[in-house]
Design a protein around this ligand. Structure first.
Ligand code: SAM
Length: 221
């Protein structure tokens, strides 16, 4: 037998710990059919976001980067019928697929999709005066530091901010990196280390999505 790899372990985790979920499977299937890239969070990561949102009793969640709504479904289930998720997506065609997936999942009524570049739609979100318990940042990585600054404006002490894909197969530790997303990750982590309004850590992850990791930051009193 060959030695199991990260993807084998992720598959085993899905088979043993997570329930088979036809709604989520269908969302991934429809994303693929519509030609969306398979850059959603993994099932284990989606379940983690769901449990995290429930752990902090999140009622208002902001997501930056919808794609086909896979992570949005996990988050929207966590906030319950009285909660809401606002998710920001640049591409109208992604938002259309997401809307269909969310409605089929039965949680469409608690999700608002704002279409456009997030740096353009975030001011509109701010105008509404919503304060979010949890912010999940998973869009264009070059803007991660900007998104964290926006998240600070849109949260309260005790809110949680998660930023996905910051380890970039170890690239984040390369001081000579030139790739824009890696450079942005390095700048983000340096910013977090100097940001007194946040208490932050980074957890590395491996699995079906390769070697990466996410920021977990707690908004301070
Ligand atoms: N969170 C999704 C999930 O796990 O199912 C995956 C999101 S995918 C990694 C990133 C998404 O961010 C893509 O759909 C992309 O079109 C969107 N995006 C890229 N640049 C953006 C921007 N400036 N504003 C808003 N969304 C953007």
């Amino acid at each position: 037998m060959t030695t199991p790899d990260w993807s084998d372990v992720d598959r085993f985790i899905v088979e043993t710990v997570l329930e088979n979920d036809e709604t989520l499977n269908s969302a991934l299937q429809d994303n693929a059919t519509a030609g969306l890239p398979a850059i959603d969070v993994s099932p284990a990561q989606g379940k983690f976001l769901h449990l995290l949102a429930r752990s902090v009793r999140a009622r208002e969640v902001l997501e930056i980067g919808t794609l086909g709504g896979y992570s949005t479904i996990w988050l929207a289930r966590a906030v319950g019928p009285k909660g809401s998720v606002c998710t920001l997506e640049y591409k109208p065609e992604h938002a259309t697929v997401a809307r269909a997936n969310l409605d089929r999942a039965g949680i469409g009524d608690r999700v608002t999709i704002e279409v456009g570049a997030a740096l353009d739609t975030l001011p509109k979100v701010a105008e509404r005066g919503d304060i979010f318990d949890l912010v999940f940042i998973d869009a264009d990585k070059e803007n991660n530091s900007n998104y964290v600054q926006w998240a600070l404006r849109l949260t309260r002490p005790g809110s949680v901010i998660v930023v996905d894909n910051v380890v970039r197969a170890g690239g984040v530790a390369d001081a000579n990196a030139t790739e824009s997303r890696v450079v942005a990750s390095r700048e983000l982590l340096q910013m977090l280390g100097n940001e007194p309004r946040l208490d932050s850590t980074v957890l590395q992850t491996v699995g079906s999505k390769g070697w990466d990791g996410f920021v977990f930051a707690l908004v301070q009193e």
